[in-house]
Design a protein around this ligand. Structure first.
Ligand code: HEM
Length: 205
């Protein structure tokens, strides 16, 4: 029987799940401030003031954990011409007609686009969040800057939340993918089917 292939080591997985957990907490506490209809979410964090205190610290842990992951995985997410071709045929991927797509390496074009969207959103959330994290940082900035930062913070959070929903959907939809991030390994068959170029690379090692 073909051997399983390691996709994520222990440290990659701990890093990823710290991001996932802090992301959920940051999203829930952030939504509580986004609109009054979500204010009830502050109950999860010990009330309004505690939610306001905790949200930026949770965000910071998420951001720095993400920076660590982004450095580990950036080189796997370089766009190639074949990825662009894959993206132009995204309908074939959605229709489960993978055989029509160009062969994929460690990640497909969709995963790579999502990776860079995550990088952009995290960078914007961090920079804008610092700008209005009173009383430490938001001292004498002009009000228009604080307002612009608040708006950008909310927009990038929304884009990230939608992006992560797509990410989770794809992780569950492509059977055998979750196992890679839970146990660290994927089956030989999974790698051959979804990431044939990466499978070839790993088999030659
Ligand atoms: C909350 C539930 C989440 C689940 C169930 C989940 C699941 C997964 C799975 C199964 C993989 C492996 C994909 C593969 O090997 O092809 C993965 C990879 C990854 N995840 Fe998540 N994830 C979650 C949240 C997040 C969040 C919040 C972020 C960051 C904002 C994130 C960032 C990443 C990145 C960067 C990768 C590597 C893919 C790449 O480099 O292109 N994940 N995730």
């Amino acid at each position: 029987m073909a051997k399983d292939i390691e996709r994520y080591n222990e440290s990659d997985r701990v890093n990823h799940w710290v991001i996932a957990i802090t992301f959920v907490l940051a999203a829930l506490s952030g939504l509580a401030f986004f609109h009054p209809s979500f204010y009830f979410l502050t109950n999860l964090f010990g009330g309004g003031p505690w939610t306001r205190i905790l949200h930026p610290f949770i965000g910071l842990i998420m951001f720095f954990a993400f920076v660590s992951m982004a450095f580990r995985f950036a080189h796997h997410n370089k766009m190639t011409d074949s990825d662009k071709q894959w993206l132009s045929q995204w309908r074939d991927a959605a229709n489960n007609e993978e055989h029509k797509l160009p062969p994929v390496g460690r990640y497909n074009g969709g995963q790579k686009v999502l990776f860079w969207v995550m990088v952009a959103c995290m960078a914007i959330l961090f920079a804008t969040g610092l700008l209005f994290w009173q009383p430490w940082f938001a001292g004498n900035q002009p009000i228009w800057l604080v307002r612009a930062a608040t708006l950008l913070h909310a927009v990038s959070a929304l884009v990230l939340i939608i992006g992560v929903m797509v990410h989770i959907y794809a992780a569950i939809w492509v059977k055998g993918t979750m196992r890679g991030m839970m146990q660290g390994t994927v089956t030989d068959k999974w790698a051959k089917k979804h990431h044939p170029l990466w499978h070839k690379e790993m088999s030659e090692k």
